[in-house]
Design a protein around this ligand. Structure first.
Ligand SMILES: C[S@@+](CC[C@H](N)C(=O)[O-])C[C@H]1O[C@@H](n2cnc3c(N)ncnc32)[C@H](O)[C@@H]1O
Length: 371
């Protein structure tokens, strides 16, 4: 990133904004039709200038566009109150550009927004203190946290957001930057920075000096996911690495939610970008680096089997695995492969059940046999 107020967006930046806009369109529409009289909050913690030299929408403008189109398409089905957006940007020049770019959305019915020229931490504290704060009123919050480096996002703040009853985050996670800080030790003041990022000193026991920098980054990411999963109610945490097909530029996006539908919609947004052909995603596990194949469940069938081998589990357990660990929205295609191979036994209360079909209401349990 440059020090200019407006710069040229790299292709992966544009893809990230496209995913965000698609996701938010679904989020606003679903909650707008179900959350009677509640405001829906979008908080952009590192908002940027609102546009790029080569792309008209920065994340705040993409969010406002998603809000406007959701309100328009929902019409009389809209039962929520307003959509409220807060854009936090610490750099004055970028803040001024942003303030200009969002003017187009003034005077939209049910759409309220403001820009805050502050750091993420101070801006969020300001929002929390307001009388109509979603934190006080317990309204749904989606926070997009998109810093340009490893610092500025204390875990305390992230966990504060996720403690709200309907809260989700999408975080641009700089695993590379964090791994570098870890490697640089005292010269990078690593102890206090890492304590802030992870919320405690668990990194001391979990991270280790390894030969491969890629592996180190994945360790950092795995620990972060673990910390998120330890938060109350956060059952859905999904991290993916996004790459351009032409070069090696990549970054990690981490999504955390209490609700499976959130993760389903996030995957649908990713899949749409994946199918544009320019980008690909890989899962971000320590042990392997697989390119996501949204249409080929065979590799993931193996992981599903591996996760539960020798055990009898519920369909819901398989579903959570599918959501958290694979590109798929449910486990059906993977279970079908495993049943064809004869390495799972389906216990169903439907005597007429056909092999390869998995009605979640009728499947009582699934036994993962040893191969
Ligand atoms: C990666 S850019 C944001 C891009 C934007 N989210 C988008 O998608 O269009 C990060 C922005 O955060 C701003 N920034 C840096 N440190 C910050 C902080 N501590 N709090 C808030 N904003 C910060 C930078 O000035 C920069 O504009």
């Amino acid at each position: 990133m440059t020090s200019e107020s407006i710069w040229e967006a790299a292709p992966h930046t544009i893809a990230k904004i496209v995913i965000l806009e698609k996701y938010l369109t679904a989020w606003f529409q679903i909650l707008g039709r179900t959350r009677k009289k509640q405001d829906l909050w979008y908080i952009d913690g590192f908002a940027g200038p609102g546009k790029y030299l080569n792309y008209p929408k920065g994340s705040p403008v993409a969010a406002l566009a998603a809000a406007r189109s959701s309100l328009l398409s929902s019409k009389q089905n809209w039962i929520a109150q307003d959509i409220r957006c807060s854009f936090i940007e610490s750099d004055e020049g970028r803040f001024n550009s942003l303030s200009q770019e969002i003017k187009d959305f003034e005077n939209e019915e049910k759409l309220k927004f403001n820009a805050i020229n502050e750091t993420f931490v101070n801006g969020l504290t300001q929002i929390q203190a307001e009388a109509n704060s979603p934190f006080r009123l317990r309204f749904p919050i989606f926070a997009f946290i998109d810093p340009c480096g490893a610092t500025g996002v204390p875990f305390k703040i992230v966990s504060n957001i996720l403690a709200q009853p309907t809260a989700e985050i999408l975080l641009n996670f700089d695993a590379d930057g964090i791994a570098r800080i870890y490697a640089a030790k005292e010269s990078a003041n690593h102890e206090s920075i890492l304590n802030e990022i992870f919320g405690d000193d668990s990194w001391k026991h979990r991270l280790s000096i390894v030969n491969s920098f890629g592996k180190q980054c994945r360790e950092v990411l795995a620990l972060y996911k673990e910390k998120l999963r330890q938060l109350k109610g956060i059952r859905y945490v999904f991290a993916f690495e996004m790459r351009t097909k032409l070069n090696s530029l990549n970054y990690f996006l981490v999504f955390a939610s209490q609700h499976p539908l959130g993760l389903e919609k996030m995957k649908e947004a990713m899949k749409a970008v994946d199918q544009s052909g320019e980008y690909c995603f890989s899962d971000a596990r320590i042990d392997q680096e697989l390119l996501f194949s949204f249409n080929d469940p065979s590799i993931y069938a193996e992981s599903l089997h591996h996760a539960f081998v020798g055990r009898q589990v519920s369909y819901a357990d398989c579903n959570d695995f599918a959501l958290n660990e694979t590109p798929f929205l449910n486990p059906k295609s993977m279970l079908k492969i495993l049943e064809e191979k004869g390495i799972v036994t389906i216990i169903s209360n439907d005597p007429k059940r056909r092999k390869g079909t998995f009605n979640e209401e009728k499947v009582l349990a699934i036994h993962f046999d040893n191969q």
